[in-house]
Design a protein. Structure first.
Length: 142
């Protein structure tokens, strides 16, 4: 009887160790289709700066012209994002976009994720980012 309890205790201890070691941050897939604006924590029309970092060159392009910022945000506002399989283990990124209000970052996203929300690559989003990168930036840094 004692031997049975010892084996059970040992088994429970091992299972507890395995479950503790397998802890990872939760992945929250986007349910069906979403747009950008529900992820934005405030009023998107108050955003006054966009920064885009290229994953291939590391260059950071900053845009502060209010008209340019708002036109670009309006152009991407309703682009649909579709849920994708867990991409947590993927390496690198194409572009990282930062949206700011009065110098404070209010939202940032990659071309395939917003926080722990993963979505399929959007040709439309990538195209809009690349169109903005063709325009004169307020500054470009590495």
């Amino acid at each position: 009887m004692i031997r049975h309890w010892s084996k059970l205790f040992l088994l429970l201890t091992i299972l507890s160790l395995f479950s503790a070691c397998s802890h990872s941050k939760p992945n929250t897939p986007i349910q069906s289709e979403k747009q950008l604006y529900p992820f934005y924590p405030g009023d998107l029309s108050k955003a006054d700066e966009i920064r885009i970092r290229s994953g291939s060159t590391g260059e950071l392009h900053t845009y502060t012209d209010q008209n340019q910022v708002q036109l670009w945000l309006e152009s991407i506002r309703d682009i649909p994002f579709f849920a994708a399989p867990d991409r947590e283990d993927s390496v690198g990124y194409l572009y990282h976009v930062y949206i700011l209000e009065q110098g404070e970052e209010t939202l940032s996203f990659y071309t395939a994720s917003i926080g722990n929300h993963y979505f399929t690559d959007s040709e439309e989003l990538r195209s809009k980012i690349e169109q903005l990168l063709l325009l004169p930036a307020t500054s470009i840094a590495i």
